[in-house]
Design a protein around this ligand. Structure first.
Ligand code: 3SL
Length: 250
């Protein structure tokens, strides 16, 4: 099937690199290691919603209105769990017995900043490798004119894991649209991301071992998280923003 074009896709490696004073029709925030992987997993495990915060104090204050058995507070800084919080930022903590029916209140170093940057866009999604197909399916169904994939990076810098995920989304989208790169790509970063994905697509875990944040997580004994987040298309779940900062299962 040939879908109508134009859909223009832009990739930005960090929230800081996105253009000012403009937003796309659809924004996809990506933080493969690990915030968006955690959000997807929490919703797949039955969490009622995920609410994101840049600020830890604000998270504590807002979540206070929820009954303790209906809320989970997840706080990560520097890769570790913030003291006093229920979870850090490991997707592996998000099992149905722990999260079903609860709202996950989450603040992480970089991932939540990417979501905050694009939260005024018409449609805001959270993407990761584990739900890549669900993201692509949404784009094929809704066909927004302009799409941004915004990587979280690490404290303002490029990250391999978010870029390879952007490439995985772009590559699959191009295949499904049956179009060429020149038709889809809105900036050079799209080409760059697809090349990275094509080179590493069957060795994503290896790539994570080269990534600076992958190495940081390995030092924190998070190999199982890396293995989990390196899987592609394992969950058919798409977090979509229903009100500012609150994502539910689409
Ligand atoms: O920076 C972030 O938002 C994180 O996802 C970092 S970590 O993987 O939890 O260390």
């Amino acid at each position: 099937m040939r879908y109508p074009l134009p859909m223009k896709l832009f990739v930005y490696h960090t929230p800081e690199l996105t253009p000012e004073n403009t937003l796309p029709n659809c924004a996809i925030a990506v933080d493969v290691l690990r915030a968006t992987s955690t959000m997807v997993t929490a919703l797949a495990a039955g969490a009622e919603a995920v609410q994101v915060f840049s600020d830890l104090d604000q998270l504590l204050q807002v979540s206070e209105a929820w009954a303790p058995e209906k809320r989970i507070r997840a706080g990560e800084r520097g890769g570790g769990k913030v003291e006093g919080f229920d979870f850090g930022n490991s997707p592996l903590d998000c099992t149905p017995d722990r999260v079903a029916g609860c709202r996950l209140f989450i603040s992480t170093t970089n991932g939540t900043r990417a979501l905050t940057r694009v939260q005024q866009a018409e449609t805001v999604l959270a993407g990761a490798l584990i739900n890549r197909d669900a993201v692509v399916q949404h784009l094929l169904t809704h066909h927004p004119d302009s799409v941004w994939i915004v990587g979280s990076g690490w404290e303002g810098s490029f990250s391999l894991e978010d870029t390879v995920c952007a490439g995985a989304i772009a590559h699959r989208l191009m295949e499904k649209l049956g179009c060429g790169l020149e038709e889809l790509a809105g900036n050079d970063e799209v080409t760059d991301a697809i090349s990275l994905y094509q080179h590493w697509h069957d060795r994503l875990l290896d790539l994570f071992h080269h990534a600076s944040h992958g190495k940081r997580l390995l030092r924190l004994n998070c190999l199982d998280d890396l293995k989990y987040c390196a899987q592609t298309d394992i969950l058919d779940v798409l977090p979509i923003q229903k009100e500012t900062g609150v994502l539910i299962k689409a």
